[in-house]
Design a protein around this ligand. Structure first.
Ligand code: PA5
Length: 335
């Protein structure tokens, strides 16, 4: 898992190139909305793309998890169906509805039912390499591929320079946080968290999706509970739960990025002061690089490493996801 995590710079470059060069993309003439479909490790790329593009697109872009394709998705919608395996029931269900409604659809997957259906339906497909050991490890590839597809259609902005910068920033970060690095701030953060339950706070926009990624990586790699929330929403509810002494057993990581809304800085300070009596130990970590993409992806990389080091510290193999696989097998049998 540590080797795959460190491979993120290459994934980002290759995913972007594959998305940009995807053959047979649909015309986007008259398209008035974009829907990105996905679940779990393949929904995170959709969240990240949404956060990157929401203030750069002239039309709405939604992320749709689950079985239900939003009613407004129709012939004037571009739909990107993301599934590493191509066999995710919820995503395939929405994909089928999108095709039936005449939406302009693109599938991004390594194979499975989604690939077979796309080929049969004459739907454009980005062939994600089937070489990733687990779906969540293809997150960088899928993110960059979706950005490339959107750029190629003309609906998304040109992000080549941001992708280049991200790959450089990620390579430098992987050298600082990878298993061979000493000192190693990522391993140190995992040690500091120790046996405590991680809470991850991001902010609306750039780091909200990243906080969710940290949470799911702790679940899937370290096999532990974790919680994520985002400013400013958490100031309207969550902080009320952090009463005196309640922080014992938790460790708070606050994700910060230069692209955060200017009000976030004063909110972080005010919030920490409001929950001080909880005794919640915390560490603030910043994304690196200039572009919002590099900042977000560098925080993703840090979270991926920290979760893998949490697994390492407790002697857990981060790769297998026995409960997810067992649950999917039960569903398949019942189908
Ligand atoms: O991390 C995982 O293995 C899961 O969250 C999967 O990504 C999720 O079940 C969806 O599968 P896929 O990414 O193959 O569509």
């Amino acid at each position: 898992m540590l080797a795959v995590v460190g491979d993120l710079p290459r994934q980002v470059r290759e995913g972007y190139a594959a998305g940009l060069a995807a053959p047979g993309l649909p015309s986007v003439e008259g398209v008035r909305s974009i829907a990105l479909l996905g679940m779990g490790g393949s929904a995170f790329p959709a969240d990240l793309v949404q956060a990157q593009l929401e203030d750069r697109l002239g039309i709405p872009l939604v992320v749709s998890r689950g079985y239900r394709l939003p009613e407004f998705v129709h012939t004037d919608s571009l739909v990107l169906a993301l599934s590493y395996s191509g066999n995710t029931e919820e995503t395939v269900t929405q994909y089928r509805d999108a095709v039936a409604r005449g939406s302009r659809v693109v599938a991004l997957c390594s194979g499975g039912e989604l690939a077979a259906r796309a080929d049969e339906d004459g739907v454009a497909r980005v062939a994600v390499p089937a070489t990733f050991p687990v779906p969540r490890s293809a997150g960088g590839y899928l993110t960059a591929a979706a950005l490339g597809v959107l750029e190629a259609t003309g609906l998304g902005p040109a992000v080549g320079a941001d992708v280049d910068e991200s790959a450089r920033v990620l390579a430098a970060a992987a050298a600082r946080w990878g298993p061979e690095a000493t000192p190693n701030p990522a391993r140190d953060l995992a040690k500091r968290i120790g046996a405590r339950t991680p809470l991850i706070w991001g902010s609306e926009g750039p780091t909200e999706a990243v906080a969710l990624r940290w949470r799911t990586e702790v679940h899937e790699n370290a096999k532990r509970p974790a919680f994520a929330a985002a400013f400013p929403e958490l100031d309207h509810n969550e902080i009320e739960g952090w009463g005196e002494g309640s922080g014992t057993g938790y460790f708070l990581v606050i994700l910060r990025a230069a692209a955060d809304h200017p009000s976030v800085a004063r909110r972080v300070a005010a919030t920490l002061s409001a929950v001080e009596a909880a005794g919640l130990e915390h560490e603030e970590v910043w994304g690196t690089g200039k572009s919002p993409l590099a900042q977000a992806l560098s925080l993703v990389l840090l979270g991926d490493y920290v979760s893998a080091y949490l697994a390492e510290a407790s002697g857990v193999d981060p790769l297998p996801t026995e409960r997810i696989d067992a649950m999917k097998a039960i569903l398949r049998k019942g189908a």
